[in-house]
Design a protein around this ligand. Sequence first.
Ligand code: ACM
Length: 522
Amino acid sequence: MRRRTLLLVAAAGISAVGAAPEAPTRTPTPLGRVVPAPASVAPDGTAFRITPTTRIQVDRNTERIGLYLAGILRPSTGYRLPVTSRGGSDAIRLRLGSRDKALGGEGYRLDSGKHGVTITARTSAGLFHGVQTLRQLLPAAVEKRTVQPGPWPVAGGTIKDTPRYGWRGAMLDVSRHFFTVDQVKRFIDELALYKLNKLHLHLSDDQGWRIAIDSWPRLTEYGGSTQVGGGPGGFYTKADYKEIVRYAASRHLEVVPEIDMPGHTNAALASYADLNCDGVAPPLYTGTEVGFSSLCVDKEVTYDFVDDVIRELAALTPGRYLHIGGDEAHSTSHEDYVKFMDRVQPVVARYGKTVIGWHQLTGATPAKGALAQYWGLDETGAEEKAQVARAAQNGTGLILSPADRIYLDMKYTKDTPLGLDWAGLVEVDRSYDWDPADYLPGAPSSAVQGVEAPLWTETIVTTSDIDHMVFPRLPGVAELGWSPAATHDWDTYKVRLAAQAPRWDALGIGYYRSPKVPWPAE
Ligand code: ACM
């Protein structure tokens, strides 16, 4: 699928060299045909057309986003699209400083008409999200990197849009298989298309330690030297990691680093014999079992280690959160788990960060302000759900990642070549069709901070593997996180989702052509 898409792009490039012929007609994409569904859409029947004389009008504070937009539009339109402070009509205007408080920290307003498109917001994040909407209103060919035939219409009217939840995330497991900085950047760009704002990186597990910690160099030198299946693994230097954080910030995503503890720690235990209760380092691990490793809760060196790791990681993290894992600690007694979490959570606070843990953290005492990430299933036992709900009633915020809904590594059907199925088969409609607000019985809806879709990578090796599992489920997760509950409707969503496919083709993103979705003919 991916190879054929690239060939098509190349062919289009050759036929269009030096010219941008206009197709005779092109109906603008209807104003509301956007994923995630905007909060309010009012078409007015007019349209704007980007032409060779269109400008991108910015001021000092919006120039960066103007250049980003020009970077998307110039290669495919072939137009100059100067980014300038000059006013007048025939422009895409990017404006900060709206007095409309209702737009909040991430909302925007898009006005489109004969004389141009104006995107207004109170923050750069809002403006950036507005630019993503504009991309989707343009013909899909705008995403290609070679000159394409126009015209380039944008439907007229007004969109006012704000997110339902502040937490709209995806997680990439870079431990089971390692992914390079460039692969992570590509993933970030995919998240940004759908207005996600958190990138959770699962940086350590039994199979590999992926972030340089200067005070414990063997974590990466040795602990990062392999991965599932025995390949060479890899790790991020601090410079690499800073580059990921910088790139994510340029797309208005916050990076949430995770060091999974006290279980899922074989790579660390293999790197330093001292961290083991018996003082013997186990071998590196390249299989896919879980639950067999634990830091030694009774040894002081464990807390020296944790302190150093959290201190160095916090220093690399401009964001507010640090994820300490805490799932599947099957080799740690309950008493030890509680002792460990009681000692480790204050370390996160000492270095200025807020704790996130997988929802098993609610079996200990979550620190004040901590968030619990729920990864249970519809059929998870009532007692476990009640434990999480009680924590939520007591002030622990919730991030919802139900495994049989939005785990991106679950197979779509029994025939899906990649992925796992321990949580079930998760088709695109099942992934979309639930409501975060009333998902967890007994948890107040005010505790729900939002949603996050994890991609575990036991079976995921390449960028096209990532794309196949992420698309088309991720846009549905984005819609659960962004769009008002009143817009939620599978039958209308699947039509908007289908309209995304030509964009993925133009971007070289392969996807699963679910029979549940009325895709356009290939
Ligand atoms: C998890 O899937 N073990 C969080």
